[in-house]
Write a protein that binds this ligand. Structure first.
Ligand SMILES: Cc1cc2nc3c(=O)[nH]c(=O)nc-3n(C[C@H](O)[C@H](O)[C@H](O)COP(=O)(O)O)c2cc1C
Length: 382
């Protein structure tokens, strides 16, 4: 019996298997508004058997956008577009979550395929059309290329948490099944956690407990408005090579779980250009998911170069994580879950597909060549 394809209950939500679409910015929104692209992109994964689709880092504030093409959830005007994505994915029998994000001092980048540089924020309005104000825990830029952020006052931190809470209410109005708090990759949540980015002398800086305060208040505040039957995830950079360690992540995960976070999504890095001390390889971040699961007592999601069905199966079967998230491999092959079910010998893999696909495929997932006696599966060999 495949563990990867065993269902899991997270509060009131049942996932048919452990395969999750990792949140991936598509840089396709216009003025924050999602469109047909997002419906098509997220729909294709839902139509091919994943357990949960996670929408890209969707921004709670225009100043928190990574690029001018980020998706927005900072105003009620964005809810109908998001609702359309949710309804489409639901119509395919698949739950969908949204990752809420704010890029903090690292906002305002050009699109990746336009050079990965930094926007000239003095002459570029934010995606809501206003002046672009970078914010962070301290007035320290991400790198020489970035502007110095405004250090949030205690009152502004309170307002920032309210901003995330308002976004969570909109996520509920749009019908999302899961919220993930983006506390990783060098963005605002991670900036508060990091001794590298956070040099505050008040209750939000200094000791580990103080640096965790923003993340914990945020989790508590969002949990309070997110229905008790819907799961809450948090993505961490479990290590960043710039002072944040796995021991810190274990302590944070324990505290997040105590505040009602159901899944710790275990990524790494992003705090500094050369901060990462990890060499990417297959499953390179999975040991962090395993450590947090074992030592913090939190359920975890492993992510990072998980590409092979047997690799994914082993991660779940050996108790390293409760879920696996796939990013680039799913871009490469949106039907990965269906193919994985076939390779792992899961009974009736076609049941993962809508009948419009399943009816026409034979047991190898190819067109129903069995219907034509004497036709070989491979045209070159026939
Ligand atoms: C195009 C692209 C966009 C991404 N956007 C996000 C994002 O919005 N939020 C996030 O937490 N990670 C983001 N990531 C990171 C992925 O979620 C994932 O953690 C990373 O790609 C490693 O997994 P993989 O090896 O399966 O791709 C992005 C990755 C890619 C390739």
């Amino acid at each position: 019996m495949s563990k990867l394809f065993s269902p899991i209950a997270l509060r009131g939500l049942r996932l048919r298997n452990r395969i999750v679409v990792s949140p991936m910015l598509m840089y396709r929104a216009e003025g924050g508004h999602t469109n047909d692209w997002h419906v098509m992109n997220l729909g294709q994964f839902a139509a091919a058997g994943v357990g949960l689709v996670m929408m890209e880092s969707t921004k709670v504030d225009p100043d928190g956008c990574s690029t001018l093409r980020d998706a927005a959830i900072w105003d009620d005007a964005y809810v109908p577009g998001l609702r359309r994505i949710v309804d489409h994915v639901h119509s395919l029998g698949t739950p969908i979550g949204v990752q809420l994000g704010h890029s903090g001092r690292k906002a305002g980048m050009v699109l990746p395929w336009e050079g990965r540089g930094v926007l000239d924020l003095d002459h570029t309005p934010n995606p809501a059309g206003g002046p672009w104000q970078l914010v962070g825990p301290s007035a320290i830029p991400h790198s020489d290329a970035y502007k110095t952020p405004h250090a949030l006052s205690v009152a502004e931190i309170g307002a920032m948490i309210d901003t995330w809470v308002a976004a969570a209410r909109r996520a509920l109005a749009a019908g999302f099944d899961v919220i993930e708090l983006h506390l990783a990759h060098g963005y605002l949540g991670h900036q508060f956690l990091s001794p590298h980015a956070n040099r505050r002398g008040d209750g939000y800086g200094g000791s580990l407990q103080n640096r965790m305060r923003f993340a914990l208040e945020l989790a508590e505040a969002v949990r309070a408005v997110w229905p008790a039957d819907r799961p809450l995830f948090a993505r961490l950079s479990c290590v960043d090579g710039m002072g944040w360690t796995i021991e810190d992540s274990i302590a944070l995960s324990r505290a997040l779980a105590a505040r009602g976070v159901d899944i710790v999504d275990c990524s790494t890095g992003g705090m500094a250009v050369r901060g990462e001390n990890l060499r990417p390889g297959y499953g390179y971040q999975t040991p962090f998911a395993a450590a947090i699961r074992a030592q913090a007592g939190a359920a975890t999601m492993a992510v990072g170069m998980i590409v092979n069905p047997r690799q994914a199966e082993a991660i779940i079967a050996t108790g390293k994580a409760d879920l696996v998230a796939l990013g680039r491999e799913l871009l490469h092959n949106p039907h990965w879950a269906y193919h994985a079910a076939q390779q792992l010998g899961v009974p009736d893999p076609e049941s993962l597909l809508p009948p419009s696909y399943a009816y026409w495929l034979d047991k190898r997932g190819r067109q129903g060549l069995g219907d034509y006696p004497g036709v070989a599966a491979d045209p070159v060999l026939s």
